[in-house]
Design a protein around this ligand. Structure first.
Ligand code: FAQ
Length: 318
């Protein structure tokens, strides 16, 4: 048997027996490419995802809410770092990935191209966007690639705090004045459909799902996860006393799931292609932050070099 066949067989056995593939293991080129694509898009989503909420840190209605939002946005930066590190284990470097993002060549989640118009949007993002992210990411904790799966465990723990803080904002608004409840409803109306689009195109249009599921990178299809999210969220909206903006939404006794109306896929395509309400603004802000942060990166690198030199100059204990 050729060496290549041996390696392929070993890889297939690992996948079939639920053993993790690690950075130094042999893997097919296409598996490596798929992971780099998905993990880097995911990392980009985390750091671009800081922007719509970052806008509201100075305008949070109390010191407590400000501290919570600041911590959340900081967590998203941390998630980006874990994910860029996971991508680097596959042989790409972070600068290349960031260049692709800044040049508009890399994708990130469509959801972050919508504007945050009111404080209630901080609630809706936590409740719906983090809720959808958790639904999608919990199965990724069992992804076949070890470094990605392990990064996801910590990310998911933090995302559940994010989701709860969002729900708590919505709950406060819904128990507040009629104007506050109206603000929460308006926010739900604007974020509902884009949240459903986060799960990606329908299964019949998803070009990567089949192969990614065979490789156990993805464990559930886009439509399966979207349906779970709808089933989970409807009772939560009822608890808040809010109405989901979908006249076709109804419980289906037969399937045991909620039926929901059709998604405007042309909107998702437009946003992914760069023509959503805030694509240009998000990219400009990101590039500006990167440029203005150059001195921080330089200082951090100089400091790390100094520490490494100091350690190597020190006599080692026998
Ligand atoms: N937006 O064949 P599929 C978060 C692209 S993190 C933009 O179905 P796949 C945390 C897709 O990449 C949110 N592009 O692809 C947070 C592919 O493009 P390509 C991000 C989309 O990979 C919360 C093409 O369409 N989460 O929210 C979208 O099998 C609050 C064909 O699609 C992740 O990245 C979209 N919605 O399935 C942060 C999770 N949907 O490369 C701050 C990891 C699809 O062929 C605040 N990723 N595309 O040019 C995944 O699970 C998968 O990559 C999917 C897509 C499910 C997103």
């Amino acid at each position: 048997m050729s060496q290549e066949m041996d390696l392929t067989k070993r890889f297939d056995t690992y996948i079939a027996s639920e053993q993790k593939i690690e950075a130094k293991d042999w893997m097919p080129d296409a598996y490596r490419k798929t992971l780099i694509r998905q993990i880097s898009q995911h990392a980009h989503s985390e750091i671009i995802g800081m922007l719509p909420e970052g806008n509201w840190i100075t305008r949070a209605p109390s010191l407590k809410r400000k501290a919570i939002l600041l911590a959340k946005v900081q967590d998203e930066a941390g998630h980006g770092l874990y994910l860029y590190s996971a991508a680097e284990t596959l042989g790409v470097n972070r600068e290349e990935l960031l260049d692709a993002l800044h040049e508009g060549k890399a994708k990130y989640s469509s959801i972050f191209n919508y504007p945050t118009l009111s404080w209630a949007d901080m609630g809706a993002i936590g409740w719906l966007v983090d809720g959808a992210a958790i639904m999608n990411q919990v199965p990724l904790c069992k992804c076949s690639y070890g470094p990605y799966a392990r990064a996801m465990v910590r990310v998911c723990k933090e995302e559940s705090f994010h989701q709860r803080q969002g729900f708590s904002i919505m709950m406060n608004l819904c128990n507040g004045t009629p104007e506050q409840k109206e603000m929460a409803q308006d926010s739900l109306n604007r974020w509902w459909w884009p949240s459903l689009m986060m799960f990606g195109p329908s299964d019949s249009e998803s070009k990567h799902s089949d192969q990614s599921m065979k490789w156990k990178i993805k464990r559930f299809s886009n439509d399966e996860l979207r349906q779970r999210f709808v089933d989970m969220t409807v009772p939560q909206a009822e608890l808040l006393g809010l109405t989901l903006p979908d006249p076709d939404l109804k419980w289906n006794e037969h399937t045991g799931h909620y039926d929901f109306g059709s998604i405007d896929w042309s909107e998702l395509q437009r946003v992914i292609a760069g023509d959503g309400p805030c694509n240009r603004e998000r990219l400009e802000t990101r590039v500006k932050a990167h440029t203005e942060g150059e001195w921080v990166r330089e200082a951090a690198a100089a400091y790390a070099e100094k520490c490494a030199k100091r350690n190597s100059d020190q006599p080692h204990a026998a």
